[in-house]
Structures are given as C-alpha cells and as structure tokens.
Design a protein around this ligand. Structure first.
Ligand code: SAH
Length: 372
C-alpha cells in the first residue's frame, strides 16, 4: 500500500456513530431479525450491550458473563427495573442475570440460550482460554446463533496511534484470513455455518483492508434434539451470580390483577362520567331523552368498544350507577388483558365494588350529587 496514501487516511478516520455503537447496533438488528428469547453476552464488560438489549421486546432472558466482576458492577444498576416498569408492567417477562466467571469454563446457567454474543472478547483471551472457548460456546452452550466480533488487524494501518494492538489487553489481533480460517474450522467442528461481515467501512479506495471490526455470525445447522440436550448432564455451577433482576410482568398474576383492577375502574369511571353528563343534559327534555341511548352507543364506538350489547347498558338507579361487566369487558384493553370474561370476574372478585348479583361495577353517587 502507498505509504503517503496510508498516512493521509490515518488523520481522518473517525467513525460516526462510534464503532462500539455500530457493533451493538449490529447485534440489536440481529435480535430484531431473528427474535431470540434468551440472549447471553459473554465478556459483557460494563453491560452497555445488555442495557440496549433489554428494550428488545422479544427477549425474556438476558445474561451477562465477565471475568472482571468490578467492570460489570460499575453500571449494573442500569439493568434494574425502573418505577415505570412497576407502574406499567410489560406483557413479556424479563429476567436479567450477571455472572462472574470465564468463558473457558462450562456452567449449567449458560444452557438454553438462543443467541450468544461475544463482542470484542476473543482477542482478550489467553491462548489456553481461546483453545477451550469453542467447546464451551459451540459444544456446550450450543445456541442457534453465535456472534463473534474482533478487530481486523489489516485495518490498523489506518488507525492513528496504533502500533501493535488497539488495546494493551489484547493478546492478538487477526487478519481477515486468520479470523476466517479459525471461524470456519470452529463452525466445521461443531456443525455450524458462518457468515462474515463487519462494521466500520474502509475509506473509498482502501476496500481491500476490509471492515475495521470483523464479525462472524454462526448458525447452528441442526436443531438441538432432546437427546443432545440430555447428553450434556448439568455439572456443578462454577460461575458466581452477582446480579439478578426479575422485571414486573403481566404474566405474573399479581401484576396482571393490579393492571386489570386499574383498567376496570378507569373504564367504569369514564362510562359513568359520560353517562352522568349526558343524563344531566337530557333530563329536562323528554324528547331528547330517547336520543340518549343512541348517544351512549356512539360514545361506546368512540372508545373503541368491541361489541355493544343493547340489553346491557349502564344505568342509574337512585344513588347508584351500574356499569355492567360485559360492557367493561368489551373494551379492547380490558378484553386483551383478561382474555376471558371468567378471568375478568376472577381477577376483580373482592377488589372492586359490584352489584349484588355480581354482574356490574357499582358506584355510589350520593356525595357527587351533594358536591354539585
Ligand atoms: N463486549 C464489550 C467489551 C469487551 S472488552 C463491548 O461490547 O463493549 C472484553 C471483556 O472481556 C472485558 O470486560 C474482559 O473483562 C472480558 N474477559 C476477558 N477474558 C474473559 C474470560 N476469560 N471470560 C469472560 N470474560 C472475559
């Protein structure tokens, strides 16, 4: 390569967005494409990739592993649920766990993952660790997809200030041919296919050096059979769990019940409010009173009600307003949360004031009238 040409690029290479963000975005795109439920990030460092992945709604289990507990602990609090997660529990369940240990060791907590990411990890491994790595990741963990990224040493000549390696802790940096030969041999041994790509494009005219970060995406060729899963007898745990967060989820009956109660009361309040104001509006005019029912139907449509049961409309009797549960159940959000009418009745039993036959939510408006 022309020395002057190289020198010229050394000055101007700057990735936008920064390369680490491009690597993480690459993983996020992959997650959005393949929708894995269980994802493990090996060499997770400060958990920034895990943090990004916790927003991917397909993921139900996230795990991080690093040999350095301190670096993981720095920002692990960012993986905890926020108050809003409790106020509005998600429909999916999510558990985030961090383990302290080495990718050179097998631990049963690493079984059952769909996607395993190793972003800028392998170049930090000692020779002995790198030797054990394929057996642990591809042989033992055996996820459907493995992503491995590592620096492409051919790009280093374009990076200002890089003499030998990009980071003092790197034990090696591979050329494209070196990485590809290791990756192809690993894939062959463990029945995976591998596709090569990368992030950090070389400048125009320098395409030969390849991406700044080279990436191999490995796909397991055959589905895991019950037999192959069984054959790996779970062994003793060697990793230490340093963090675990279970996010509130509507899959948990306790959170589902709270959400349903709030939604039922909210829906009933809106219906009641509308009923009362319309009633007031039409109370002096008997002719307009007949139009009242029609107006209620339009209101139901406006709120996106699924079915309007003509015989089951809200009504006022004395100081009590009755909002039939069937009406409330026909609202999309309540309907979606409960699934069945029986479930709605079960979840609100004893938690919401109902009419004596249990068919309607009942409000006493005595004091409201006084206020007016
Ligand atoms: N994956 C991170 C950064 C990786 S830096 C990112 O995308 O930004 C490499 C990380 O691998 C470091 O945090 C280091 O502590 C960890 N590491 C090094 N050797 C390891 C091993 N044998 N097992 C697990 N983690 C290891």
């Amino acid at each position: 390569m022309d020395k002057n040409f190289k020198e010229e690029f050394r000055q101007i290479i700057k990735f936008e967005p920064p390369l680490y963000k491009q690597r993480h975005q690459f993983v996020k795109d992959l997650v959005e494409k393949y929708k894995p439920k269980k994802v493990a990030d090996l060499g997770c460092a400060d958990c920034s990739l895990l943090w990004m992945l916790k927003f991917c709604s397909c993921i139900e289990v996230l795990a991080g592993l690093d040999i350095c507990a301190d670096v993981m602990k720095e920002k692990m609090h960012t993986l905890s649920p926020l108050p809003v997660d409790y106020l509005q529990p998600s429909e999916r369940s999510l558990t985030v766990t961090l383990h302290h240990g080495s990718v050179a060791h097998k631990d049963p907590c690493m079984l059952g993952f769909d996607l395993v990411t190793c972003i800028e990890l392998i170049e930090h491994l000692e020779e002995s660790e790198l030797k054990k790595f394929p057996e642990v990741v591809f042989g033992f963990m055996a996820p459907s997809i493995v992503v491995i990224s590592t620096p492409n040493s051919e790009f280093n000549c374009l990076l200002p200030g890089v003499m030998l390696y990009r980071h003092p802790d790197h034990k090696f940096e591979w050329s494209q041919a070196e990485f590809q030969s290791w990756a192809l041999e690993t894939a062959r041994c463990y029945d995976y296919s591998v596709e090569f790509t990368g992030v950090g494009h070389p400048p125009t005219g320098m395409e030969k050096v390849g991406f700044c970060t080279q990436i191999g995406v490995f796909f397991r060729k055959y589905p895991q059979t019950a037999e192959s899963v069984q054959s790996e007898k779970p062994m003793e745990a060697v990793y230490k769990t340093v963090f675990k967060a279970v996010y509130p989820s509507l899959k948990d009956e306790k959170y589902l019940q709270n959400a349903v109660i709030s939604e039922v009361i909210f829906t009933a309040q809106i219906i009641k409010h509308r009923l009362m104001s319309k009633r007031e509006e039409y109370s002096d005019d008997p002719e307009r009173k007949s139009k009242f029912q029609l107006s209620m139907d339009c209101f139901s449509d406006y709120l996106g009600k699924l079915v309007v049961e003509k015989t089951m409309e809200p009504f006022v009797s004395g100081n009590e307003v009755y909002i039939p549960l069937t009406t409330i159940f026909s609202f999309p959000k309540v309907n979606r949360l409960c699934g069945t009418f029986e479930k709605l009745c079960k979840l609100i039993a004893g938690k919401v004031t109902l009419s004596s036959d249990g068919s309607a939510v009942m409000f006493n408006i005595e004091h409201e009238n006084e206020d007016n």
